[in-house]
Design a protein around this ligand. Structure first.
Ligand code: MG
Length: 208
């Protein structure tokens, strides 16, 4: 399986990073994490030693349920029926250096256990059926840090699937991290991270 992540999919988050929304010709920015990046079962996240500014980014995850390539946007909804929540852990200092040098982001984004994935995925139908009408929230030590409303995405899930599958075949079990809303920030040893999707607790783990 592979993990595909969308960058800068909420305007307020792009602004907080100081990134003007780039003119990508109407296509989302994406990058990937390998399966070694998975952090499952609410296992603790250990801050890697190579970063002094390790950030959380809470994101809605869409799980692909059939093989597809060059998927038309109007058929994209047939390729998923469950969603979860995840954290796209990001070594912000490493990412900044890479961006300044115009280099790839893998060292900042794709390291071991950088993709926390909720133990549970929920059938979309149980959540009202519309992937662009979901609310999620992430807290550190009980204090809300991020609030997401999927209606605010710049690129919808169906548009993301159409765009990514032009280049890369999607397979059953692939995960798409759909971008983070505003409010990203650092994690510190000893904190507890929780996240809810439509009020249901999806993530609850410790930072070590
Ligand atoms: Mg992200």
């Amino acid at each position: 399986m592979k993990i595909i992540c969308i960058g800068r999919n909420y305007a307020e988050h792009a602004a907080e990073l100081g990134n003007a929304l780039p003119d990508t010709g109407g296509e989302p920015i994406f990058f990937m994490k390998p399966d070694t990046a998975l952090l499952r079962n609410n296992d603790p996240f250990y801050i890697p030693r190579f970063s002094q500014d390790l950030h959380y980014e809470c994101e809605l995850i869409v799980k692909i349920n059939r093989v597809g390539r060059a998927i038309e946007e109007r058929f994209a909804h047939r390729y998923y029926d469950e969603v979860g929540l995840g954290i796209d852990f990001t070594a912000r200092d490493v990412q900044r250096r890479a961006m300044e040098l115009g280099l790839p982001w893998e060292s900042a984004k794709a390291f071991d256990r950088s993709a926390a994935v909720s133990p549970e995925f929920i059938p979309l139908e149980q959540l009202g059926g519309d992937v662009q009408r979901l609310h999620f929230e992430m807290s550190i030590d009980g204090q809300v840090r991020q609030r997401g409303d999927t209606g605010m995405m710049i690129f919808t899930v169906d548009r993301i699937i159409a765009a990514v599958s032009r280049y890369i075949t999607l397979r059953t079990g692939d995960l798409i991290f759909t971008g983070t809303p505003a409010g990203v920030g650092p994690v510190h040893e000893g904190e507890n991270l929780t996240a809810t999707l439509e009020g249901r607790t999806m993530l609850d783990f410790d930072i070590r």
